[in-house]
Design a protein around this ligand. Structure first.
Ligand code: SAH
Ligand code: F3S
Length: 433
């Protein structure tokens, strides 16, 4: 009989893909069916995120809940970035956990499950050429890792300490995986890395990859069955003209760009070690829109980084005003161990941080309210990828807007022209024409 697996995935798209890898790996040896109910699971995996402090604190109370409700024989494993970061400490604080696998060690899941106790959090482990099995949570969209780790040392970020040094996956493997995924029905290829447009910097062992990111995009677009290409996250610093040109001129590349700003103040960007200025960011965003005017731009913003003055924060508000991001992921700064910013003493109080976050989010909501009505009566090409409640099917425009229409599974995996009848802030409702 098949075993049952409960897997909880926190954090970024990279973690979603790592969970898919683990599910595929486990199924190579014996069948595991997914369950949403931890009390019937034979195996419970928490794939964790450590970018901010809150979810890390929640981990141990959550493990406590799982221990209370799980089958007696069920094993619990902690994987991902918090596993990398806390390592053996997890066993000490939660003795019922039987394995701890770092974000760069998920290929060892079978070995971990079959051991009494298992720990591997080696951040130098090379998973870049590992032949993972196939499993996709959404068959219409294929996440593909193109690099692992990150070489930037942004002062606030724990990721380089949990995912290790940046290495690129050889392009032959990426192309093979993209071809296979597209043939099996995933018209959309979603490339993943902490710093995707730095692709090709180095392969495992220090060898040089032949393609840079722009060339990789071009090669993938030549695969017949691939109709859409997305990627996350690029770094504003590496958005050179070659990249912007390939991005704008290739019709298979979706016209939605994530440009993680973090702060609009040049002084704070310097303290964050982001490597660009406010002016550079604004110039690149302008250039991007000059190359591809229909592009929607999303961003990540951190408020209340140590030393952020009212004026620094206003610089962030300024950039938001000027770029008019379609989507913002905004966070209060959270001090993370092992990072340079954790040593800084000029921290801000939580009241100021909350007030700034609120102001930023409210202004952004207002900007969206100004933009939303303009979608009415427009026609978009929508790739349908999931079903929603009440008889709706959901898909995305190339600009990454979510569109819902009345319809069912006959729409899934198809690209249709949709006329927007009722635009709302987060969902554009429309009709297939
Ligand atoms: N490589 C990715 C970043 C991964 S972390 C990129 O460059 O986009 C995802 C986001 O979490 C970051 O962009 C940042 O906005 C936020 N973040 C990272 N560390 C943080 C911290 N210490 N406090 C608050 N937000 C943080
Ligand atoms: Fe983190 Fe900066 Fe890399 S945000 S993942 S160190 S690009």
């Amino acid at each position: 009989m098949a075993k049952k697996l409960f897997i909880e995935t926190l954090g970024c798209a990279m973690n979603v893909r790592d969970s898919e890898h683990m599910i595929a790996e486990l199924n190579r040896i014996e069948r595991y069916d997914l369950t949403q109910d931890e009390s019937e699971a034979d195996l419970i995996i928490i794939n964790t995120c450590s970018v901010r402090e809150k979810p890390v604190n929640k981990l141990f109370s959550e493990i406590g809940q799982f221990v209370k409700h799980k089958k007696k024989s069920a094993k619990i494993g902690v994987c991902g970035c918090t596993a990398s970061h806390l390592g053996e400490e997890i066993f000490k604080r939660a003795p019922d956990v039987s394995f701890v696998l770092g974000a760069r060690n998920v290929s060892k899941i079978t070995q971990a499950v079959n051991s009494e106790k298992f720990l591997d959090v080696n951040i130098n482990y090379d998973e870049s050429a590992y032949a993972f099995g196939e499993f996709r949570q959404n068959p219409y969209k294929a996440y593909i890792n193109i690099s692992i780790g990150c070489d930037k040392k942004c002062a606030f970020c724990i990721v380089p300490h949990t995912r290790g040094e940046e290495i690129s996956v050889p392009h032959e493997l990426i192309l093979k995986e993209a071809e296979k995924a597209a043939k099996s029905g995933a018209k959309e290829i979603f490339l993943l890395g902490q710093n995707v447009n730095n692709y090709g910097r180095r392969l495992s062992g220090g060898k040089k990859e032949e393609f840079n990111f722009s060339q990789l995009l071009t090669q993938i677009s030549k695969i017949d069955d691939v109709e859409r290409i997305r990627f996350t996250s690029p770094h504003p610093l590496h958005m050179d003209d070659e990249f912007l040109e390939v991005f704008s001129s290739n019709p298979k590349i979706c016209k939605s760009m994530h440009m993680p700003l973090q702060s609009g103040s040049t002084a704070i960007l310097k303290a964050m070690k982001r490597g660009y200025t406010k002016e550079w960011f604004l110039e690149r965003a302008k250039r991007l829109r000059a190359f591809a005017p229909q592009t929607s731009i999303s961003t990540d913003i951190i408020v209340a980084f140590p030393g952020e003055s009212e004026r620094d924060f206003m610089d962030t508000m300024d950039v938001m005003e000027e770029v008019r991001f379609e989507q913002i992921f905004s966070f209060k700064y959270s001090a993370r161990p092992l990072t340079a910013a954790a040593q800084m003493t000029n921290t801000l109080d939580d009241k100021t941080a909350s007030a700034r976050l609120k102001m930023l989010q409210e202004r952004h909501a207002a900007i969206l309210d100004e933009m939303t009505p303009s979608y009415a009566d427009k026609i978009f090409e929508v790739y349908f990828e999931e079903l929603r409640d009440n008889g709706f099917a959901a898909g995305r425009t190339t600009q990454n807007n979510t569109v819902c229409v009345k319809g069912g599974k006959e729409l899934l995996g198809k690209i249709k022209s949709v006329k927007i009848t009722q635009p709302q802030r987060l969902i554009l409702y429309g009709q297939v024409i």
